[in-house]
Design a protein around this ligand. Structure first.
Ligand SMILES: Cc1cc2nc3c(=O)[nH]c(=O)nc-3n(C[C@H](O)[C@H](O)[C@H](O)COP(=O)(O)OP(=O)(O)OC[C@H]3O[C@@H](n4cnc5c(N)ncnc54)[C@H](O)[C@@H]3O)c2cc1C
Length: 505
């Protein structure tokens, strides 16, 4: 198998991958992005001139393309692939389910676009020399500025917000976060009349249409949501960035003594063949689950990497539990507005004071279900809680298969969130369908930041201890749970890794 060559290969194009790839290409590096999923068919991606696009799953294609793969220990081979062009991926593991996504832009297509700092103000302090809250501050600012993340004003506030609905409620109160929460949506100047706008980079997108309900976790075709494909990758294409969709990496092989330090083996799903590319540097941003899987498989199955004694340790689900609050509020359509409607807490202070986020079901009009089912889904809310868990899970390879072991009993946060959700059900007289078993959309850790190989996997510049040239740019590197939505911190971390690389090379 002949391999072509480049300077930097970035694996994955979510927050970690896109941010680092764009910054490196714009800084003059020769960069190739390998992304296993397709370009999604959105207004901005069309305006970028990308020819081969895939429509988000809607209608009957929900059955074919909502899921890329399911991983379960009892499945033959441990996995069932449903579609190379599927949007979501589910890992069923010991003690927890994890949901992640696929496609150019990664999780930015499915997220609710909440940008929030970690709950602890000292998140970055004390793990590595030369890295702390102060050194990370400019990277947070750079990410927020590029995304244009903002808050709506009084005149264009989206409907169903917690502040408005629960300001005077007898049982529930809106959560007013200590830090500022920003949102990656392009808010309409006039909510009754959203406009098509063209960015400075010549990319078109629509302002958010609060009435469409079509911009949640099944993607936003209009471009109202700020996604990494057009915010970071689009402008970088003009700097020579090479993005290869439908390219699934299967192994990273270090080449000791060779001119190119790594060979990256991947499956080219478009051409239906195996390929390889060599690079001096690899930036791994496949999302926590797939970053850990690739590192472990490359080391333990393919023998392509060595060392990393702490790899797989300190995996966290960020304390996530979610459920459905079957409010069935008459004459109400909670899909109006933006996906996140703000969090609430119990007014009774003798109860756990955990904020419960409220989100609507996305794109319900496109579900191939009877009308009454769709209506019921529109009249209820997806509820979720998160917080600091024990971060004591492990990721490993057993019998050639990737697995996560996590015992939720060690993390009191889950019991507290579950108690609040059950109390919400009792006080509202409406059921909350939630399990005690964690289901996270925010996996993190497992390749954690640490001063030395003896305590962590990566250093302050994201480079893996003992494997020069290999970097981790996603939340697998986080030293503790963010206890908050993590994308702002993943973006800032990738900005930091890219800036340090450019300063050094
Ligand atoms: C429903 C939902 C709502 C969310 N809402 C929010 C929110 O409001 N705020 C927030 O901060 N977070 C939110 N999140 C979480 C957020 O989406 C993730 O934390 C984030 O996407 C992780 O970024 P990442 O760069 O680490 O990886 P990802 O965004 O997951 O990107 C990884 C990319 O790598 C690709 N990849 C994986 N394996 C390979 C391989 N072998 N070869 C090539 N490519 C590969 C994937 O296809 C994917 O495109 C939400 C998540 C979900 C599911």
């Amino acid at each position: 198998m002949a391999a072509d060559a480049t300077e930097v290969v970035v694996i994955g194009s979510g927050f970690g991958g896109s941010v680092s790839a764009a910054r490196l290409a714009e800084g003059g590096a020769k960069v190739t992005v390998l992304e296993r999923g397709p370009w999604w068919d959105t207004v901005p991606v069309r305006s970028m001139g990308i020819a081969n696009r895939t429509a988000f799953p809607r209608g009957l294609s929900l059955f074919r393309r909502a899921l890329r793969a399911v991983h379960h220990p009892l499945l033959p081979g441990g996995s069932l692939r449903i579609s190379r062009k599927g949007l979501l991926e589910v890992y069923v593991s010991r003690g927890m389910e994890v949901i992640c996504s696929s496609g150019v832009g990664g999780g930015s297509h499915v997220y609710s676009a909440l940008h929030r700092r970690p709950a602890r103000p000292d998140f970055w302090d004390g793990h590595c020399d030369g890295l702390d809250e102060a050194t990370m501050a400019p990277h947070y600012a750079a990410f927020l500025a590029r995304v244009g993340s903002a808050r709506p004003g009084l005149s264009n506030t989206p409907p169903h917000g917690a502040l408005k609905l629960y300001g005077d409620h007898p049982h529930f109160a809106p959560v007013v976060p200590k830090d500022e929460v920003r949102v990656g949506f392009l808010f309409p100047r006039d909510p009754a009349n959203p406009q098509l706008v063209t960015t400075e980079a010549g990319i078109s997108r629509w302002e958010t249409d609060y009435g469409s309900g079509d911009h949640g976790f099944l993607g936003a075709p209009s471009g109202s949501k700020s996604t990494m494909d057009f915010i970071y990758l689009g402008p970088a294409l003009r700097h020579g960035l090479d993005v290869r969709p439908l390219s699934e990496v299967v192994a990273i092989i270090a080449q000791p003594g060779a001119a190119r330090r790594f060979r990256i083996d991947y499956v080219d799903h478009a051409a239906r063949r195996r390929s390889a590319i060599e690079a001096d540097h690899v930036f791994l941003g496949a999302g926590t689950m797939n970053t850990l899987r690739l590192l472990l498989q490359s080391r333990d199955v393919h023998g392509g990497l060595r060392g990393m004694p702490h790899l797989g340790r300190r995996f966290s689900g960020n304390g996530d539990i979610r459920g459905f609050w079957d409010l069935n509020t008459p004459d109400t359509d909670y899909t109006e507005g933006i996906p996140s409607k703000g969090a609430i807490r119990l007014r009774d202070e003798s109860r756990p004071q955990v904020g419960i986020g409220r989100n609507n079901m996305p794109s319900v009009d496109a579900y191939p279900f009877p009308r009454f089912v769709r209506q019921r889904l529109k009249r209820g809310m997806v509820v979720s809680g998160m917080g600091e868990d024990a971060m004591d899970g492990t990721a490993s390879i057993a019998g050639g298969r990737f697995r996560i072991d996590f015992d939720p009993a060690n993390s009191p946060i889950y019991g507290r969130i579950y108690e609040v959700m059950q109390e919400m059900a009792r006080l509202s007289g409406r059921p909350v369908y939630a399990g005690r078993r964690p289901s996270t959309v925010h996996p993190m850790g497992g390749a954690c930041l640490g001063r030395l190989e003896a305590v962590g996997v990566v250093g302050a510049d994201g480079e893996v201890h003992g494997v020069p040239g290999l970097h981790v740019v996603d939340a697998a590197a986080f030293p503790r749970p963010t206890a908050a939505p993590p994308t702002l911190s993943i973006g800032a971390w990738a900005e930091n890794v890219a800036a340090r690389f450019l300063a050094k090379n």
